[in-house]
Ligand binder design. Structure first.
Ligand SMILES: C[S@@+](CC[C@H](N)C(=O)[O-])C[C@H]1O[C@@H](n2cnc3c(N)ncnc32)[C@H](O)[C@@H]1O
Length: 196
């Protein structure tokens, strides 16, 4: 499923690196707890071009990233100067806890049946009060488009996915339009949740 991002790396980066995601980032950062002994640790999960890894680093956070596509790992490192690992959500493990995990338009490539386990594993890596951001295209079920598999979500199915983990407080869920001019018809379902 990551082939698309290796084969179309230049085109994908060109159309996503300058997208203005500042609203969602600010909503997420407002929920990320401070850390007593250093900057809060944020993981950009499925980091693509490195747009958000750079923004978090410039804002003073301790940022790391991972992605399943080698071309995206290289892009994130080159653009953001953030240490980026080659890793899949399905194999996710990290050596320390995190104040925030940012999964922007990336968990949508995980199979529906695997999402509960992946969300549980991400939650396991959050400190108490740690925040998770995730976003999906609005819809229901799974589909394949241009060689990519998507799991779509509505506000209700996303709320149910987060609720079933049993570790999060009430989610902040909202819909937004795609920020790319030629994609303004696409609707995204976003959520920020905090681990209890
Ligand atoms: C639509 S892009 C989003 C990239 C970036 N977060 C952004 O918002 O621009 C999806 C990203 O998820 C990565 N990805 C796809 N499947 C993945 C998986 N199973 N584990 C980790 N990353 C994955 C892709 O390589 C790609 O970089």
């Amino acid at each position: 499923m990551t082939n698309y991002y290796d084969s179309n790396a230049n085109g994908f980066i060109a159309t996503t690196r300058d997208v203005d995601m500042s609203d969602a980032r600010e909503r997420f950062l407002a929920a990320v707890p401070a850390r007593a002994d250093g900057p809060a640790r944020i993981l950009d999960a499925g980091s693509g071009s490195g747009r958000d890894a750079l923004a978090f680093r410039v804002s003073g956070y301790d940022v790391k990233a991972f992605d399943a596509a080698p071309a995206m790992v290289a892009a994130t490192q080159a653009h953001s100067a953030v240490e980026t690992r080659l890793m899949r959500f399905e194999d996710f493990a990290w050596e320390h806890s995190l104040e925030g995990i940012w999964a922007c338009a990336s968990l949508l490539h995980v199979a529906d049946a695997e999402l509960p386990g992946v969300v549980d594993r991400l939650a396991d890596h959050l400190v108490p009060d740690g925040a998770l951001y995730l976003s999906f295209k609005r819809g229901t079920g799974e589909r394949v488009k241009d060689g990519r598999r998507f799991t779509d979500m509505t506000s209700e199915t996303l709320a149910a996915l987060l609720d079933r983990s049993g570790v999060f407080g009430e989610p902040d869920i909202w819909e937004s339009r795609d920020c790319r001019p030629d994609r303004a018809f696409e609707v995204w379902v976003n959520a920020v949740v905090v681990k209890r």
